[in-house]
Write a protein that binds this ligand. Structure first.
Ligand SMILES: [Zn+2]
Length: 287
């Protein structure tokens, strides 16, 4: 699943579509079929309304909040925010021709094609279809954004993280579950949680109330460090993450514990399911 660094990289690579107008929107049969069954596959708005809102608007800005991307789209009458989450396996491609998508699976599982006024297409592909797209007049209309903590890069990010972790709500929670909660810090998924906990020598199962302020600060710094390292390595490609140009990241080669059998010091790693995801940790290096 793409986490903050992968989504940030997609955002940066989508820059070429800024200032282009969306002239048409095509939706896949999977989306139409899902909507017929009331499952609202990927596009959460009513489909006719979605097409009408998006068509004819110009993309003027692309932002990111946590693991969500948002496109600011407007025409002379109206400004709308198109919010997009990549789910487990979503990917965007900017191509001159649909056939330019090299990988069969991404070509086969295209879901939304935005035609642009320079003749290119912005294609959203999603193999497992857990991604989502919806429009909002204001970003504050979207409840997850109302509750989301400031970004780790925001000057308020660290103070907010400390304040939240010291509330009653998190006291009894495993530290791993707490840092994967966007109300504490946005964008930390399973991989970066496991890596940051190893680097800060904290057991993922430890209750937040039993972790000192000093160690919580250390953990925040390590989360920042793994995010920045991943950004500089083009993100992690575990299975389905692709950059806009179809490239794969290299961060997976720098993992200390995620999907490893031993930690860098040669200790055998333990695995346990925490917050529904497989957690890797070392009972010698982490306490
Ligand atoms: Zn170890």
């Amino acid at each position: 699943m793409p986490e903050l660094p992968e989504v940030e990289l997609v955002k940066r690579e989508l820059t070429p579509v800024i200032n282009l107008k969306i002239t048409d929107v095509e939706l896949s049969q999977h989306i139409y079929n899902g909507h017929k069954l009331n499952k609202r596959t990927i596009v959460k708005d009513d489909l006719d309304a979605f097409k009408e809102i998006v068509t004819g608007k110009t993309i003027t800005h692309i932002g990111r909040r946590g693991k969500y991307l948002y496109f600011l789209i407007n025409d002379e009458y109206k400004t709308t925010h198109l919010v997009s989450h990549l789910g487990m396996s979503g990917a965007y491609f900017i191509v001159s021709d649909f056939e330019d998508i090299k990988e069969h699976n991404f070509k086969k599982h295209w879901q939304v094609i935005f035609s642009l006024d320079n003749g290119q297409k912005l294609v959203y592909s999603d193999i497992r279809r857990f991604g989502e797209m919806h429009t909002h007049e204001s970003l504050q209309d979207f409840p997850p954004f109302q509750r989301m903590a400031p970004e780790y890069t925001d000057e308020l990010g660290f103070a907010h993280y400390m304040k939240m972790l010291r509330t009653k709500k998190y006291e009894e929670k495993p530290i791993k579950a707490a840092i994967m909660d966007g109300e504490v810090i946005p964008g930390v998924g399973n991989i970066y949680a496991v890596e940051a906990l190893y680097l800060s020598h904290i057991l993922p199962t430890k209750k937040v109330g039993n972790v000192s302020d000093k160690r919580l600060r250390e953990l925040f710094d390590r989360i920042t460090e793994v995010f920045e390292l991943s950004l500089s390595h083009g993100g992690s490609t575990i299975s389905d993450y692709r950059s806009v140009t179809g490239g794969k990241g290299e961060m997976q080669n720098s993992f200390n514990v995620y999907q490893r059998k031993e930690c860098p010091l040669g200790h055998e790693l333990k695995t346990k399911v925490i917050s529904t995801r497989n957690t890797f940790y070392c009972t010698i290096c982490q306490r």
